[in-house]
Design a protein around this ligand. Structure first.
Ligand code: IPD
Ligand code: CA
Ligand code: CA
Length: 261
């Protein structure tokens, strides 16, 4: 198996550096505007993505770089692409709520090989390399052992405009809230996945995410012993219309319970 230690270490250092800049830049002045309806972005999202894109481009000039806020950096003739979300959880960040993070992943042939998520508020660095396990601040992490849905704590999220999607995830939310110990909605898909990887939460699902939201987190869950598919149980690589990430015990039951839209 190819070795991505250099790329992982670079991603770890960059995620940490970006995360440290976020509160400093916020104190220097926060401005929020709507990219589209219900879709805020701040000056800090843009400047952190600029920093990450510039750094990655100087380290790996042939790689493609795809982020949420800027034009793609096309790179050379390559099957390698970095997916970056400078702030996952922008709505929380814009309101000074604590659930947000930096997410960086490297994909080769559209499969994540490195995934790093940094939470600056808790100074937590989640990191995974394909075949090398998943770690939180250097210590190995595992998904939970919970096998009873009734005792499980789950997490989900909703698309920005509920009207514009064919998926009514509120039905799932209602049914799974009844069937489990509870369903959280934290507002950062990347942190949701990191928390499934650590076993803090037992399962996550969401529809209509983008590759920069999940490319790091899904590798963390897989490398922590979890199962990641789309909501129908089909194979996953961060380019699908839905995401389901759980420990191995709960996966089948959650596939059966999620509405088949
Ligand atoms: C959002 C968050 C949220 C999810 C949204 C995403 P952003 O990303 O991950 O949890 O429900 O669908 O768009 O816009 O804060 O980077
Ligand atoms: Ca995001
Ligand atoms: Ca974002």
């Amino acid at each position: 198996m190819a070795d991505y230690t250099v790329e992982r270490r670079c991603a770890e250092a960059l995620a940490r550096a970006a995360g440290k800049r976020i509160p400093i830049e916020r104190r220097e002045g926060l401005s929020v505007r709507d990219k589209s309806e219900n879709n805020p972005v701040t000056n800090v999202d843009v400047s952190i993505e600029t920093f990450l894109q510039d750094e990655l481009h100087s380290m790996f000039p042939d790689d493609r770089i795809v982020g949420e806020e800027l034009e793609d950096e096309p790179g050379g003739d390559t099957d390698r692409a970095w997916y970056i979300d400078p702030i996952d959880g922008t709505l929380n960040f814009s309101r000074d709520l604590p659930m947000f993070c930096v997410s960086i992943a490297l994909q080769v042939d559209r499969q994540s090989v490195v995934g790093v998520i940094y939470d600056p508020r808790r100074d937590e660095l989640f990191s995974a390399e394909r075949g090398e396990g998943a770690h939180l601040d250097g210590e190995p992490i595992r998904v939970s052992e919970e096998s009873s849905l009734g005792d499980a704590v789950l997490v989900t999220g909703f698309p920005r405009s509920l009207e514009e999607t064919e998926v009514d995830n509120l039905i799932n939310f209602t049914q799974l809230t009844r069937a489990s110990q509870g369903v959280r909605r934290l507002g950062s898909a990347a942190l949701d996945l990191a928390y499934v990887a650590t076993g803090r939460l037992d399962g996550f699902w969401e529809y209509h995410l983008n590759p920069w939201d999940t490319a790091a987190g899904y590798l963390l869950v897989q490398e922590a012993g979890g199962v990641v598919t789309d909501a129908r149980g089909e194979s996953y690589s961060a380019h699908e219309a839905s995401t389901l990430a759980t420990n191995p015990h709960l996966h089948e039951e959650l596939v059966e319970r999620l509405e088949d839209f």
